[in-house]
Design a protein around this ligand. Structure first.
Ligand code: CP
Length: 320
């Protein structure tokens, strides 16, 4: 095993836990691999036999619509056997520990775990403790990391704006609680974006946010100037432990993306959102459903990116 837990001795992807520590070549390999899978979506038969005979278990300890469904679809399109465990009705509710759950699933000859967990570091923990032949993919851990979301986002951006060296991206909203924003910032900077801006009230930004490699704005009108890509974020109320905003309507007035605010960005700017969206809180419904929105294309691209990551990680099995 190499120094980076995610890579095998040849530097190939074994687990996919975070964008941190992965280089531009590897991220580009994921994007290029996803390209061929995205083309398959238009085919009459959408399946390939790459993971035939492999068993994948989706372990979602937190709710999900997009990530869980697209991971499951991706596994099926790669011809793997896939189980999506319902944690609410599993033995976890009877007090079984995370490691005991993992040990029992290992005993069923699992090849890959896809893990979403409310605790930062949960996917790393499983990767460190699971049997050496098993790959672990992080489907979102606490406020730490959501690497496949970031990859499907940069994949979508590349479809519309292939030249990252001139690309200016604004990420707007609740950066403080967002694992998506952290992963997007890492991916965009690794791929050489010209500028990543964060636009948010001070209460929704982590301390020393500029050390992540971003420029900081607190005013939406100023922050949207010259922007090619706008990424809106949901207010993650489930992670807020105190009142960080006067009210949702006040927030929408200052930071909500309306058609009028959208006009400040470049005329061909695209609007993105990882979902779930809260209409009238961070985004006006006319923008969410408008011609510049690529929000549903992001969802579709999630299948291709997850197929790419799962097939690449499974190729290294036995070579750790
Ligand atoms: N973007 C995202 O992670 O959505 P879900 O919570 O529905 O998976």
């Amino acid at each position: 095993m190499s120094h980076n837990l995610q890579l095998n001795a040849e530097g190939k992807l074994k687990h996919f836990l975070t964008i941190d520590g992965l280089d531009k070549n590897l991220l580009t390999e994921i994007l290029d691999t996803a390209e061929s899978f995205a083309e398959m979506s238009g085919h009459h038969v959408k399946k390939v036999p790459l993971l035939r005979g492999k068993t994948i278990v989706n372990l979602f300890f937190e709710n999900s619509t997009r990530t869980r469904t697209t991971f499951e679809l991706a596994a099926k399109r790669l011809s793997a056997d896939v189980i999506s465990m319902n944690i609410a009705t599993s033995a976890t509710s009877k007090g079984e520990s995370l490691l005991d759950t993992i040990r029992n699933l290992e005993a069923m000859f699992v090849d890959m775990f896809v893990v979403r967990h409310g605790t930062s570091g949960a996917a790393h923990f499983i990767a460190e403790h699971t049997a050496p032949h098993i790959s672990v993919i992080n489907a979102g851990d606490g406020r730490h990391s959501h690497p496949t979301q970031a990859m499907l986002d940069v994949f979508t951006i590349r479809q519309f704006k292939p030249n990252f060296s001139t690309l200016r991206v604004a990420i707007i909203g609740d950066i403080l609680h967002s694992r998506v924003a952290r992963s997007q910032i890492l991916a965009l900077n690794t791929l050489g974006a010209a500028e990543v801006r964060v636009i948010a009230p001070k209460t929704l930004l982590p301390a020393h946010v500029e050390t992540l490699g971003v420029t900081v704005h607190h005013n939406l009108n100023e922050g949207l100037k010259d922007i090619d890509v706008i990424i809106m974020l949901r207010l993650q109320k489930e992670r807020m432990t105190s009142a960080l905003l006067p009210s949702e309507s006040e927030y929408f007035k200052c930071f909500g993306l309306t058609p009028e605010k959208l006009e400040i960005a470049k005329p061909d700017a695209i609007v993105m959102h990882p979902g779930p969206i809260n209409r009238g809180v961070e985004i006006d419904t006319r923008v969410a459903d408008g011609p510049q929105s690529v929000i549903l294309q992001q969802v579709s691209n999630g299948i291709a990116i997850r197929m790419a990551v799962m097939s690449m990680a499974m190729q290294t099995q036995g070579a750790a």
